[in-house]
Design a protein around this ligand. Structure first.
Ligand code: GUN
Length: 292
């Protein structure tokens, strides 16, 4: 069993980007500038956005955090999005999800300029991705593809079972892994809450990508020997004995499943750090596209 060390790989990617940024500075060029919009005070979102901004600082990007109150109206959020679209200083930005219930998430994502949509959530980017055209790929599936590539995991002709059909992870990773190319050329089965017998399918999988958000959902009796396991779940489980009052766990019962796996991503330290690295990569790409 080999650990797919997302923390290490994401640090490698960040170092590679930092080198490019310092070369940009030497040439007197503008460095990439990422903005993040956060509405409200959701604990996990505050952590993620804080981590994205700190990573920008570390690698030499400009960053701007726009923190709006929970009761921000849809109209004023849309006008903030419009401002970001028009601001030539900003190369890319994200609107952190989930948004408060009174705001129509789809309407907001549709308002983002696809050329600045470094989350890859706009239908133009999603459509281009599905059609094998150049596009911003959502950071989490992009990170999964990258970690598989860097560890040279053989995906050619393999059967991938994806668990979860979210727009952010399950749906896009099922498209990407079925496409032609490195870390791809797979046969994909996309399972979800209405799938009749998930275990019957996971037992046939060479690679399992679990993006469900149910702690320890994937048990040892659901996987065959030698399976590659990608755990996208990050759930905060309340626990008063922990310093933060919770602990983080994935979708996979790691202790029981890992001895059967050929490769496995841990939680934390697997897919999570990769997501941030790929968001930075998308922002670097956005800067390059705006320059040309
Ligand atoms: N919420 C959970 N994951 C993500 C992400 O990748 N981007 C944004 N904007 N919000 C999220």
């Amino acid at each position: 069993m080999k650990i797919l060390d997302g923390k290490k790989v994401s640090n490698d990617i960040k170092e590679e980007i930092a080198v490019e940024v310092s070369q940009m500075k030497e040439r007197g060029e503008k460095v990439p500038h990422l903005a993040a919009v956060l509405v409200g005070n959701d604990g996990a979102s505050l952590t993620y956005v804080g981590s994205k901004v700190r990573s920008c600082e570390k690698i030499g990007f400009e960053s701007t955090l726009i923190h709006l109150p929970e009761d921000t109206s849809e109209e004023s959020l849309l006008s903030k999005v419009e401002e970001l679209n028009e601001n030539p200083e900003i190369d890319g930005y994200i609107v952190q999800l989930p948004l408060p219930k009174h705001i129509d998430e789809q309407k907001v994502l549709m308002a983002v300029d696809p050329d600045k949509d470094v989350d890859g959530f706009h239908p133009v980017n999603f459509g281009k991705m599905a059609l094998d055209m150049e596009a911003f790929i959502p950071a989490t599936p992009f990170g999964i593809m990258e970690i598989l590539k860097r560890y040279k995991v053989d995906t050619e002709g393999k059967h991938v079972v994806v668990i979860g059909r979210s727009h952010i992870v399950g749906r896009p990773i099922s498209i990407l892994m079925s496409q032609k190319g490195e870390a791809a050329n797979c046969t994909v089965t996309l399972t979800h809450s209405r799938t009749k017998d998930i275990k019957e399918l996971t037992l046939q999988a060479d690679i399992i990508v679990s993006a469900l958000g149910v702690p320890k959902f994937l048990k040892a009796d659901m996987v065959k020997e030698g399976t590659v396991i990608i755990d996208v779940g990050i759930t905060r489980v309340p626990d008063d004995s922990k310093p933060k009052g919770y602990y983080i766990t994935g979708d996979v019962d790691f202790e029981a499943v890992s001895p059967k796996a050929s490769f496995i991503t841990p939680v934390p330290g697997g897919v999570g750090p990769m997501t941030i690295a790929m968001l930075l990569k998308n922002t670097l790409l956005a800067r390059a596209r705006h320059r040309s």
